[in-house]
Design a protein around this ligand. Structure first.
Ligand code: F6P
Length: 341
């Protein structure tokens, strides 16, 4: 049997750990051949492959990024895309695909399965906003990086008696902001799920300054002030249709400076949250996902995604997995408010 593997969407620490597990179990456990497709769906679309055997995955467990490359190519937005994929798979004699990706990549996986191509999905995103799985790998690493940054920013903020706004990733969901904010002892945490009152933020910031400490404000890139979406540049799209980073944090730092008369700085953590070596937790989760994806292929169980439920890895229908984003429940956010100010 020949099984293809690809990584799509934004990269994420732990992708190589999944690839390694798929290759090790596919080859050593089942005697399969594994075909690596380059750059997400662009690979099967254009027949771009990378030879991938035991030697290629020897040393990649701890390496960030993806040895296969990634892209946001969507074959359903390309003329005759699904047909081209079918043709590549038949030419290369690939019987099934393992697609590692987020919402978009798995949405394509679902449609291809509906169109008769055997695909098993593996969930990945640092944002942790995929439904049907308790956690995605990459999230723990991103939270770890953001928390370490908050710790570092706190000492310089204290030295200069400044407010420090830390903008973290999370276009639609505030998981990274909530978890890193809690872990880093932030004085304000702002998430996309709950539009924020600028006056309230100023009140919390002032309260912190009155106690002679520097306030740390953690804001998710997708957070918006109440009724103030148009105030922010973060809604703007770049030439590729992606939302631009670095809007809300900078804007908020300027508001704080103007309204409190205190010095204020913004730091956009951006892609540092996605780079580098995965944490031990993410390595283990990614490895388990890879092993279970191979099991699903071996069972001929297509149209499913492997998922974490509690401590177990289960299979869920791709349709369920891509149905809706998992945002931060407002009660979870409310728990953190006791620490604000
Ligand atoms: O993977 C999701 C994410 O990290 C978002 O939080 C962020 O907005 C986006 O990717 C940015 O990705 P890129 O710059 O690669 O388009």
């Amino acid at each position: 049997m020949r099984v293809g593997v690809l990584t799509g969407g934004g990269d994420c620490p732990g992708l190589n750990a999944v690839i390694r597990a798929v290759v090790r179990k596919g080859i050593e456990g089942h005697g399969w051949e594994i075909v690596g497709f380059r750059n997400g769906w662009q690979g099967p679309l254009e027949g771009l492959t990378k030879p991938i055997g035991l030697a290629e995955v020897e040393d990649i467990l701890t390496r960030g990024g993806t040895i296969l490359g990634s892209s946001r190519t969507n074959p359903y937005k390309v003329d005759g895309g699904p047909e081209k994929i079918r043709q590549t798979l038949s030419e290369l004699k690939v019987d099934a695909l393992i697609a590692i990706g987020g919402e978009d990549t798995l949405g394509v996986a679902k449609r291809l399965t509906d169109d008769g191509i055997g695909v098993v999905g593996v969930p990945k995103t640092i944002d942790n906003d995929l439904g049907a799985t308790d956690y995605t790998f990459g999230f723990d690493t991103a939270v770890h990086i953001a928390t370490e940054s908050i710790d570092r920013l706190r000492t310089t903020a204290e030295s200069h008696h400044r407010a420090l706004v830390v903008e973290v990733m999370g276009r639609h969901a505030g998981w990274i902001a909530l978890h890193s904010g809690l872990a880093g002892g932030a004085n304000v945490i702002l998430v996309p799920e709950r539009p924020f009152s600028v006056d309230k933020v100023i009140e919390w910031v002032q309260r912190r300054f009155e106690r002679q400490f520097a306030p740390i404000i953690v804001v998710a890139e997708g957070a918006l002030p109440e009724g103030g979406a148009e105030l922010l540049a973060s809604g703007e799209k770049d030439a590729f249709g992606h939302v631009r980073l670095g809007g809300v944090g900078t804007w908020l730092a300027e508001e704080i400076a103007a309204k409190t008369g205190k010095e204020s700085r913004a730091v956009v953590l951006g892609h540092t949250q996605r780079g580098g070596t995965p944490t031990a937790y993410d390595r283990v989760l990614a490895t388990r996902f890879g092993l279970h994806a191979v099991d699903a292929v071996a069972d001929g169980d297509f149209g499913v995604m492997v998922a974490l439920r509690g401590t177990d890895i289960v299979r869920v229908k791709l349709a369920e997995a891509t149905a809706e984003l998992k945002t931060v429940p407002l009660e979870r956010y409310a728990e953190a408010e006791i620490f604000f100010g």
